[in-house]
Write a protein that binds this ligand. Sequence first.
Ligand code: IPD
Ligand code: CA
Ligand code: CA
Length: 277
Amino acid sequence: MNHASNHPDAWHARYVAEAAARAGAVVIRDRAGKAHTVEMKGTNDFVTEADKAAQDAVVQVLRRSFPEDTILAEEQDDSEGSSADFSGRRWIIDPIDGTTNFMHGIPPYAVSIALQQDDAIVAAVVFDVPHDRLYAAVSGGGATCNGIPIAVNDAATLPEAVIATGFPYRRTSHTDLYLDVIGTLLPTVRGIRRHGAASIDLVRVAEGAYGAYYEMDLKPWDVAAGALIVREAGGRVTTIGGAEGLHPLFDAQVVATNSRLHATMQDALAPLHHIHA
Ligand code: IPD
Ligand code: CA
Ligand code: CA
């Protein structure tokens, strides 16, 4: 729990974020299943007109209530070099997390919105659009899905756990290491899933479906909202080395677990430890 715990401002932010996510979802649903204008930002890194329109809808709702706040959003020109060092209030937005899924008509994909206040995330919403599931959290106030409290599972060993990850597809220089780690994990876990939307992987840890999730090379908007939701559901989110706070958002390494599996996962992922943003 941090300094902003359960603060009325954080609750207000959470409700505005929900309205913003729903506004984004209206745009996304309207365009789902239709032909898209697709641009390539890099290798296998796509943006469609739906990402941009959804971001506009989200930002419009946030701006109406909080015109002074800073915005850090994926489809914004100056987002690339963002750093964790920030003081004040900053909204961290991914208008469609899971764009490749969206483009191919494969659920899930989500709108992800988090509010950073100084050195902490204080409010968060992840809206799984195709499943109509709205996950939310306020720092110190617990986590919910469609208004019902959620909690991590209690698996204490990997054979009791289904885990999730994302495969590297932009930077392939570490593919061998990644496959080695999967080779080590595969015989020890109940199953490994790759669903293509980091925010959804995180909320599935929060609601007890997955015991753990890890991925490299992510951006702050992939992780910011989901990380608070996991923590508020009783889970733990760090880098492989165990750095807490904003590090797993900005250091391109995230390990999220039900807490009990954390040390085991850190050990299993140790070969990836030296890979950073
Ligand atoms: C991506 C998804 C995916 C993860 C990628 C992210 P995007 O976000 O979360 O699961 O593996 O690294 O970039 O590009 O669809 O917003
Ligand atoms: Ca994303
Ligand atoms: Ca995105």
